[in-house]
Design a protein around this ligand. Structure first.
Ligand code: IPD
Ligand code: CA
Ligand code: CA
Length: 259
């Protein structure tokens, strides 16, 4: 069942990726503002409409929660967390760094059981089914082997309300940047996590995220041999808005800097 869910998530994420590519760097793409700093485009909405419709048709007894407001509650065991476009700011600025992210949670097992992150620009599909390993374009991936956080490359992100909230990641950022080799702010939580999983990054942390940002990527990191927790090292949960992810080997050092 979990493999069938993952296969379908992969299939529809590719179709959604085509919708995004049609709108990328196009004069016809319409940008609107959810708040002064939080934007949405008509492509986010078109991708979401396609995904929610397709998933609901194929799995009518599954719940679907998607970023731009679509919500279908159903009695079945599974919850689909759908980010129809992760990296909207990049997309709207013509920066080629965004993806479709779909994570599926089992209420009974209380964990994510399948995840897909599809980057249509690089045509990279990161996938995982719980217990089955993690893959990029069907090839197994593995986290990095760096043991010393001092030589690690780590990504993070900042919340949209950074100007009005003290909980804006600047304290953590200022502390961590001095203790590592380098930092990246790439603008897509789901790709950041996929890059930890594939060893391109050694770690990633961010607060104030939503389940659709983290669900897929968190499983992909775990299945690639990495570790995913809260800032205090406690168990990760997609509905708890905070994530610290790493190759596992530098995890204790990252947690120490975060808490
Ligand atoms: C955002 C991206 C970004 C992260 C933000 C997210 P969106 O998602 O993942 O990297 O820093 O916190 O909200 O709005 O592009 O789907
Ligand atoms: Ca997102
Ligand atoms: Ca989004």
């Amino acid at each position: 069942m979990h493999a069938a869910i993952a296969a379908f998530a992969e299939e529809v994420s590719r179709e959604a990726g085509k919708i995004l590519l049609r709108g990328f760097r196009s004069d016809r793409t319409v940008v609107s503002y959810k708040s002064r700093t939080d934007i949405v485009t008509d492509c986010d909405k078109a991708s979401e409409a396609f995904l929610v419709d397709a998933i609901a048709k194929r799995f009518p007894d599954h719940t679907i929660i998607a970023e731009e407001g679509s919500r279908r509650d159903a009695a079945g065991d599974y919850v689909w967390y759908v980010d129809p476009l992760d990296g909207t700011n990049n997309f709207a600025h013509g920066l080629p760094f965004f993806c479709v992210s779909i994570g599926v949670f089992s209420v009974r097992l209380e964990q994510i059981i399948a995840g897909v992150v599809y980057n249509p620009i690089l045509e990279e599909t990161f996938t995982a089914v719980r217990g089955g390993g993690a893959f990029c374009n069907k090839k197994p991936i593995r986290v990095s082997s760096i043991k010393d956080i001092g030589i690690s490359l780590i990504a993070t992100g900042f919340p949209y309300d950074k100007d009005i909230s003290v909980n804006n990641n600047l304290k953590e950022f200022n502390r961590i940047i001095l203790r590592i080799q380098g930092i990246r702010r790439m603008g897509s939580a789901a790709i950041d996590l996929s890059y930890v999983a594939s060893g391109r990054l050694d770690g990633y942390w961010e607060g104030k995220l939503n389940p659709w940002d983290m669900a897929a990527g968190s499983l992909i990191v775990e299945e690639a041999g990495g570790m995913v927790t809260r800032y205090n090292g406690g168990p990760f949960h997609p509905e708890y808005p905070e994530i610290a992810a790493s190759n596992g080997l530098i995890h204790a050092q990252l947690i120490q800097l975060l808490s």
